[in-house]
Design a protein around this ligand. Structure first.
Ligand code: ZN
Length: 383
């Protein structure tokens, strides 16, 4: 980091203890934010110590237990080291200062030995919230935020393969915050449902009581294997899904995705009719919903073999009739050839009027060298 204040007031952070340096007198907005964040970050930082030459023993947050001056009294350690002592005075590249072999200093040595040391000359920062020690914004936010219990609707809105734009519509609907016409000011005359033009548009009418929406829900339920009528309210349908499909499992992923896609597509159709004067038949809306579900589930097939990738198998198990749209997943891996050899992978298919064969040649690094496709069309003769 270079300049952080007025021209000329530059500082070389690589040679400065960022954790203990005072706030600059006229910092920019960004620099002020960084300095203020130090207090929150220090409890989550420690260092893997190499030479320890520039590390202040008492003030620098190198030890996993925290800044040592706040963990233990300097005088109680009997180390006779000043407050400005460097870590290298007692530990330097895997070696302890012989003074620490004195029996009376055992307690201090035991505490210091709980530090993390490496056999290089580098002092490497470790971000404690992540298992691999690397900083991520997600873990930083997770470590500083106030954690409240998850609301009951959480699993209907946020899950592994959710679509943000759909999640926001569902979230707003579950909070009854969608601007349906029954919530418009009294002087707005037209408050009829744009899907049926027969009833007052309210949240529960639009999504469940309306003939068009009820047909869509019933079709989805039947495809999912349930021969029941849809519930009449959003909260009832949401509660049923939530109670029946708990957790982040394969089945609940498919069902929750279906719930989310249905709410989103019905809302989208409603807006099209109001603002663009365009309407789509209910069978097409259902097709879009199924397409939404399949699109997301198909994305999972590009993942490695994992519980989430197997959600597509859950869809079949659940009797969703996606067989015409969803590919069959085959979990397999490619074994590379020996060095300086190539491997040919090929496959073929045969149908009543056509036969084809294709292949790919790759080297031991997995690089494609050549490919081929051959197709034969077979003429049928009954004479
Ligand atoms: Zn209606």
């Amino acid at each position: 980091m270079g300049r952080y204040g007025p021209p000329g007031s530059e500082i070389n952070m690589s040679k400065t203890d960022i954790w203990n340096m005072p706030m600059p007198s006229k910092p920019s907005w960004g620099v002020r934010g960084i300095f203020r964040a130090r207090e929150s970050a220090i409890p989550h930082i420690c260092y893997s110590i190499g030479d320890g030459r520039k590390i202040e023993l008492w003030k620098f947050p190198w030890h996993p237990a925290g800044v040592l001056s706040s963990v233990i009294s300097r005088h109680s350690t009997d180390l006779s080291l000043s407050s400005l002592s460097l870590l290298a005075q007692i530990h330097h590249v895997q070696r302890w200062n012989p003074i620490l072999s004195i029996p009376s200093l055992k307690k201090a040595k035991d505490l210091l030995a709980k530090g993390i040391f490496n056999n290089s000359n580098k002092n490497i920062p470790i971000w404690k919230p992540e298992a691999n020690g690397s900083f991520t914004l997600e873990s930083a936010w997770d470590s500083i935020r106030v954690k409240n219990p998850k609301p009951p609707w959480y699993s209907l809105v946020w899950f592994r393969v959710n679509t943000p734009k759909e999640a926001i519509v569902v979230w707003k609907s579950l909070q009854n915050r969608l601007p349906t016409r029954d919530r418009l000011p009294f002087h707005v005359n037209d408050k009829t449902c744009p899907l049926c033009s027969a009833s007052l548009e309210s949240l529960n009418h639009l999504f469940f009581s309306c003939g068009c929406s009820a047909w869509i829900w019933r079709s989805l339920l039947w495809r999912a294997g349930w021969r029941r009528k849809p519930f009449r309210t959003l909260s009832e349908e949401g509660s049923w899904i939530r109670d029946k499909f708990k957790g982040n499992g394969q089945l609940s992923t498919v069902i929750t995705k279906g719930f989310q896609a249905a709410i989103y597509q019905i809302w989208k159709e409603r807006n099209h009719r109001i603002f663009e004067n365009k309407s789509t038949h209910k069978t097409q809306i259902l097709k879009r919903i199924l397409g939404d579900i399949c699109f997301k589930i198909n994305q999972l097939t590009t993942c490695r073999d994992s519980p989430h990738a197997r959600a597509i198998e859950a869809a079949k198990h659940f009797e969703y009739k996606f067989s015409d749209m969803v590919r069959t997943v085959q979990f397999c891996s490619w074994a590379k050839p020996q060095k300086d050899e190539v491997k040919i992978n090929s496959d073929a298919s045969l149908e009543s009027h056509c036969a084809s064969i294709g292949g790919l040649i790759r080297d031991d690094l997995g690089m494609s060298l050549a490919m081929f496709i051959l197709i034969w069309k077979i003429s049928m003769s009954w004479s």
